[in-house]
Design a protein around this ligand. Sequence first.
Ligand SMILES: *[C@@H]1O[C@H](CO)[C@@H](O)[C@H](O)[C@H]1NC(C)=O
Ligand SMILES: *[C@@H]1O[C@H](CO)[C@@H](O)[C@H](O)[C@H]1NC(C)=O
Ligand SMILES: *[C@@H]1O[C@H](CO)[C@@H](O)[C@H](O)[C@H]1NC(C)=O
Ligand SMILES: *[C@@H]1O[C@H](CO)[C@@H](O)[C@H](O)[C@H]1NC(C)=O
Ligand SMILES: *[C@@H]1O[C@H](CO)[C@@H](O)[C@H](O)[C@H]1NC(C)=O
Ligand SMILES: *[C@@H]1O[C@H](CO)[C@@H](O)[C@H](O)[C@H]1NC(C)=O
Length: 394
Amino acid sequence: MLRLALASALSLIAVCVAVNQDFISSAEIDIADCPITFYGLKYDKVYVGFDSNTSAVCFNGQFGSGPNSDCILMSRGSADRGSLTTHDTHIPTGSGLHKLLANLKHEGECVNIIPLRDGQDSDVKQIELANFGAQAVVGIKTHSRFSDISFEAQTVVNGQSYVKELFQTNQTDRGVVTDVSGCRLFGAVYKTNTSVWNGHICSTVSCDQSGVASLVSSCKPMERCQGNNTCSLDATCTVTGSTIIDVIGRVHAVADRCGYKLMETQSVPDLQVLGVFSERRRKDVSFIQRVILRLKSSNVHVSLEQGGRVTLDDRMVQFNTSEQIVAGVKITKDSSGITAEVTATSGYAASVHFNGNTAHVRVTGPKPASVSGFCGNGSTTAAAEREAALSDSG
Ligand SMILES: *[C@@H]1O[C@H](CO)[C@@H](O)[C@H](O)[C@H]1NC(C)=O
Ligand SMILES: *[C@@H]1O[C@H](CO)[C@@H](O)[C@H](O)[C@H]1NC(C)=O
Ligand SMILES: *[C@@H]1O[C@H](CO)[C@@H](O)[C@H](O)[C@H]1NC(C)=O
Ligand SMILES: *[C@@H]1O[C@H](CO)[C@@H](O)[C@H](O)[C@H]1NC(C)=O
Ligand SMILES: *[C@@H]1O[C@H](CO)[C@@H](O)[C@H](O)[C@H]1NC(C)=O
Ligand SMILES: *[C@@H]1O[C@H](CO)[C@@H](O)[C@H](O)[C@H]1NC(C)=O
């Protein structure tokens, strides 16, 4: 836990603490005048609650009221087994509204003070929630009525214990300050000024001084993070009109009415995906007219055509059900188009989705792999991928 030299500045705030005879054992306090950015999430309310051992200061509802609590919990240290009379049990009404704006140098700096009292209505502790620009801190100060020799403070972020520390009262009577600035990304929390590897997203996440997170993934464009520190193959190519966007995002244009090899991979060795381009109305614009799955070992052609039709070696396939296996190719038809899928052993699979205008060719599998053809990640040319048998002569 980061302790800052702010402790003495914050302990000045003590003079502001209100004395009020009315008290409450739990409260929702509006801090909209001095909102706190707790590990990257800005809050304008504080919920204070107590049970016999713990006082909780939360930002998104009373502690335990939901699964994603953002809280600061204070419990008696395990060495303390004394009576509960000096333990904080309530706060005076009207708390949290003491903003020490005047003593702070800059715009955007403010402090909320929440006094906590014991059963005899004496102040035992105070919690100070402060913002210094992008930095947010929590200060804890105990008063002389606080007789336990230690207590444990714990920050809970997204319902998970994040930082836990045991404080000696001989430290906290002078005030201790903890940094609670940070960033959040995909449900995880990162401290300000850090760079951390997160295997769940296969990325290094950096949280800068302003609380802005950025990430650098170790998975390449053809890959997807498995959530366990491994990148698997997940490559997609899109063919729309006469444009091909290959598996690493490069754009190619098809200028003629020819057949091309779109995709081939060692991972699904029996399959070639071919695209046949044609002309529609305007003579100079070609478009993807059909997509053929060619099974190399048997030289069978399963063709996905306009209007949701499917042919097997030029014979129309009748669809009795929405899913059918045609020559080992699983074909599914629905309102979004036709999907054809070929599964290889060893967990690799290739699929083609075609709706008459756009084709998506996707290859998935456990490990990164090379993809060739017009859709592939190597360097190629239109001439190299042209399929003479599927092309108009001339
Ligand atoms: C409070 O602490 C005591 C002693 O550690 C324990 O026995 C008791 O169950 C705790 N009470 C609550 C409500 O957590
Ligand atoms: C605080 O108290 C602990 C034991 O209770 C002691 O070890 C430590 O030296 C004290 N620290 C200070 C700054 O007095
Ligand atoms: C982050 O690091 C910079 C440069 O080292 C430093 O000036 C700044 O105070 C740090 N911010 C926080 C919140 O620790
Ligand atoms: C990662 O997770 C995937 C999918 O859950 C699993 O197939 C794979 O074996 C795991 N890899 C490692 C290295 O744990
Ligand atoms: C579809 O129905 C026709 C006629 O009932 C039948 O001959 C054919 O075998 C069926 N095809 C499939 C793939 O079930
Ligand atoms: C294509 O991608 C595979 C898997 O990432 C890689 O091993 C191969 O070197 C790449 N090929 C080219 C030409 O970049």
